[in-house]
Structures are given as structure tokens and as C-alpha cells.
Design a protein around this ligand. Sequence first.
Ligand SMILES: NC(=O)c1ccc[n+]([C@@H]2O[C@H](COP(=O)([O-])OP(=O)(O)OC[C@H]3O[C@@H](n4cnc5c(N)ncnc54)[C@H](OP(=O)(O)O)[C@@H]3O)[C@@H](O)[C@H]2O)c1
Length: 346
Amino acid sequence: MTVSSPCRVALLGFGAVGSAVARRLTCADPDSSPGTQLTHIFDRRADQKSASLRTDGVVWTSAIDDVLHSDADVVVEAIGGVEPAAGWIRAALLAGKSVVTANKQVIARHGASLLTLAARQGRQLRFEAAVGGAMPIVRAVGEGLAGDRITRIVAILNGTTNAVLSQMEATGCGLDAAVRDAQGRGYAETDPSADLDGHDARAKLAILCALAFGLRVDPAQIDTQSSASVTQADFVQARQRGGTIRQIARADYDHRTSTLTAWVAPIEVAASSIFARTVGAQNAALITGTHSGETGIFGAGAGGEATAVAVLGDIAAIARDKAAVVPAPVLRSNFKVLSSVLAEAV
Ligand SMILES: NC(=O)c1ccc[n+]([C@@H]2O[C@H](COP(=O)([O-])OP(=O)(O)OC[C@H]3O[C@@H](n4cnc5c(N)ncnc54)[C@H](OP(=O)(O)O)[C@@H]3O)[C@@H](O)[C@H]2O)c1
């Protein structure tokens, strides 16, 4: 039996997700990240943050070239935003590294071209953390259900909005108080509008449309209705009808007519449904296939620790087989998108 060299990992971004990944990669527990070694942490405030983690042998840097010119096998992108993150992922692939990213905005906009580049370079681009946090929906849709013809995805994909709406339901408070509570628990950013307005969830839904239906969907093609105007009166009415309110992302694809219907909106869901039982920063999804029927998946949808689980799973997959080539998906653009189907929205 040969002993293979450890998989060398460089991290971009030492925020909520990046710091959780770094802690797991450097902790003494050998089961935490077998066969891996953290070599670099890149962050714009590396000099200030380097004291927060005991990292013998790890290079802290604010120069991206230190990572690109290093001997790291895998670059983990946990910076966020579209640029410079997308450019750095491209540069890392061109430098011969595999990449793991938690970045839904980059994958929704540039995933297809980056996956093509990765395949051309003989490297891997993995992004389980970009959708659903620790809930392994990217593998479920992209691999586990690949033998089916998926026709529908209905999901809660934004942990922040779910934390806000489920708090309003549980306590009877208003939206502003629920947002403050979510911020206090670390589930919401100072400006939660990308979450409440549905822009975060629609980027994730666009990724799922590529994986499930093979479609190249621009997130802007997905209708969204904001959850920011949901009130206690809406919850009272929903409760009287035996339901509650959640931000739902839904995509239906009619394979016969090549027609996609996709939207994100706050809607009433039955109190007995998996969605009503999804509280706090959890996510959930029901995936419908022609042959498998309905498959449900549920889990921690946000938070650094939970999201690091998905990142570490991707690193482990690469470490198991560094030479594996993941073929780039062939995505169709010749499909129709039905205009707004938000009649159910609250
Ligand atoms: N947090 C979650 O629950 C969660 C869940 C799933 C996916 N994600 C995704 O994970 C990614 C990271 O999210 P996060 O919550 O960890 O964000 P975050 O806490 O804001 O961390 C981002 C880190 O990157 C650094 N950074 C930002 N721009 C930089 C630049 N241009 N150069 C160098 N360093 C830079 C930041 O430095 P400063 O400290 O100076 O800002 C910060 O340390 C995002 O794509 C996000 O969508 C997050």
C-alpha cells in the first residue's frame, strides 16, 4: 500500500465560513479532515486576523499571488461577491489548482464557463456549499437523482429569511424585530435585503435549474417577490387557514414543451408540510422526478460551522482522487420562461 501525500489546501477569506473551515482543517481531531493540510490563508486583513488561529506552518498573506504561485492542490474560495472572487477562481484553475467555493453568485453567473475551464485544466470545481449550507442538495440533484428526469424543485433556500419568518410566526413579533433577532444570532447581515428580496435564493435556484434540468438560467430570469413586506396580519390569516408563511423557491420544467416556470416568493404553506416545520436558519427541499416521485432533503442552511461541513466534504472528494475530471455540464439555452406565476404570493 502506498502512502499518498496530503492534499494541500489554501483558503481565500477568513470570515464566517473561511474561519470555520480553517479551524476544522487545523484541529487536532484526525477525523476532522483526514489527508489534508492547510498551507495558506489569504485575507485582506491577514495581519490583523492571524492571531485568532494557532496555525503552525500556515502562511498568512494579503497577496493573492502567494496562493496562485504556491504548491497548494486546492483553493477554497470563501470571499463572497462576484468579483474579484470569480477572477481568482479562474486564476486558481489556470494555475493548476482544484477549487472549492461556497459562492452562489459566482456559480449562478459563471459556473458553466468555470466548470468547462476546470475540465480543460484536468482539475475540479466543487460548490456543494453554494446551495443549502450543510444540506447536500447539489450532490442530491446533480448526482444522486441524475438517473431520473427531474420535473420540479420546491425549496427553502435562504436561511436568513427563514429565520426571520419563523421567528415572526413563533413570537408574534414584527419583521424588524425578527431581523434584529436574526442579526443577533449571526444569521443576518447588517443589510439583509438580498436575502429578504429573494436575490440570494434565486441565484441558488438558477444553480439547481442547471443541475436538475440542464438549463442555463440567468438569475434575473427568475421572478422574485420580497418577503420584506410580510406582516403579522399575514401570519394571522395564514394560521386561520391552517398554514404559515415561508419564502419558497420553486422551479417546474416541462420537458415536452421546454418551458420553465421559476420564482421566489413568500407564500402560505400547510402547517403539516416539511416547509412549515423548517425553522430558524434551516433549509428544505422537495425534488420531484418522473421515476422516483418525491425526494425530501432538510438541514442546516447557513452559519459558518454548518457551511464548512459542505466545504470539507468537497475537499475530501478532491483529496480522495486529485486526478478525477468532472465533465462540464452541457446546458441548454433554447427554452421558454413563463412570466410571473406569483399568484400565490402573500
Ligand atoms: N455565512 C454563511 O452562512 C454562508 C452560507 C453558505 C454560503 N456562504 C457563502 O460563503 C462565502 C463567504 O461568506 P461569509 O459569510 O464567510 O462572508 P464573510 O464573513 O464576509 O467573510 C468573507 C471574508 O473574505 C474577506 N474578503 C472579502 N473581500 C476580500 C478581498 N477583496 N480580498 C481579500 N479578502 C476579502 C473578508 O474580509 P473582511 O473581514 O475585511 O470583510 C472576510 O474575511 C460567500 O460566498 C457566502 O455567500 C455563506
